[in-house]
Design a protein around this ligand. Structure first.
Ligand code: AMP
Length: 273
């Protein structure tokens, strides 16, 4: 891959890049379409990165279907599909990691303490191998995009980071590879993340701006459905991810909810009236 990237750059070609963990859905494909319009060649990676999973998380059961992913990539006109093995990415001597000081101490980083260290490290490695001019990430993982943007800025990486909007099922559920874990009976509970965000938007529209009250109302809605437990519900500053007390300026509502054993996340920008 590195040889190919160098060759393409020497030919004067621009490279856009969409990193994924595979089990592709319409959300991934929308990022590919966006990325394809931004450079001469589109590279997609599929790598279920072991360093971003905690010991009790779903690394071994994470859904995989390489054949299907490969044909979806072909249909989208992906020029290069990069799918390294864990052994290729992390040799036995591997010991260097990228960590950020502040952004990982909010939202998902609290219950997944190694997650963003793994993400920042693997994205850095992928950037060095693929050598993209531009890379596209999904807003679905809001904190992840913020962290990548910050890392690129801090480490002077010459890569333009773009984020693409969250693609949803027709009922509003944010598409995710992990939705494959949900049973039909868990589906209404899974939908409460989106419903809680919509409810918050409606309350905000009617003049309620107190974050604590809005979060409580969201929690009440979610917990009224079976099999749900809340990891976090936050209304935070879009840049720093610090909690906000009052929505008197643009904010992000972000939440993580477990439905049975499946952990789901969602988020949306909130703007005061
Ligand atoms: P993943 O395979 O889950 O690591 O995701 C790969 C990329 O796809 C990340 O940039 C995600 O933010 C993005 N992504 C995942 N789900 C969606 C979605 N529903 N809409 C848009 N982008 C998404």
């Amino acid at each position: 891959m590195l040889a190919r990237s160098n060759h393409l750059r020497n030919l004067g070609k621009t490279i856009s890049f969409v990193p994924t963990m595979g089990y592709l859905h319409e959300g991934h494909l929308s990022l590919m379409r966006l990325a394809k319009s931004m450079a001469d060649l589109l590279v997609v990676s599929i790598f279920v990165n072991p360093t971003q999973f905690g010991p009790a998380e779903d690394l071994s059961t994470y859904p995989r279907n390489f054949e299907r992913d490969q044909s979806l990539c072909r249909n989208e006109g992906v020029d290069i599909l990069f799918y390294p093995t864990a052994a290729e990415m992390y040799g036995p001597r591997f010991q260097t990691f990228i960590t950020l000081e502040q952004l990982p101490h909010h939202l998902c980083g609290i219950s997944r303490p190694v997650f963003f260290k793994g993400v920042a490290t693997v994205v850095t490695k992928l950037f060095h191998i693929v050598k993209p001019h531009t890379a596209v990430f999904g807003q679905k993982d809001y904190q992840q995009v913020r962290i990548i943007q910050q890392m690129v800025e801090d480490m002077d990486m010459d890569i333009q980071i773009t984020s693409g909007p969250t693609v949803r099922e027709t009922d509003g559920l944010a598409m995710s590879s992990r939705n494959a874990y949900l049973s039909a009976s868990q589906r209404p509970s899974a939908l409460t993340l989106y419903q809680a965000i919509c409810q918050t938007k409606n309350f905000l529209e009617s003049g309620l701006t107190d974050a604590k009250i809005l979060i409580q109302k969201a929690a009440n809605l979610i917990l009224s459905f079976p099999d749900t437990s809340i990891d976090y519900i936050a209304i935070c500053d879009p840049d720093s991810l610090e909690d906000m007390q009052t929505i008197d300026r643009p904010a992000v509502m972000a939440l993580a909810v477990k439905v049975g054993k499946t952990r789901l996340i969602d988020n949306m920008m909130l703007s005061p009236r």
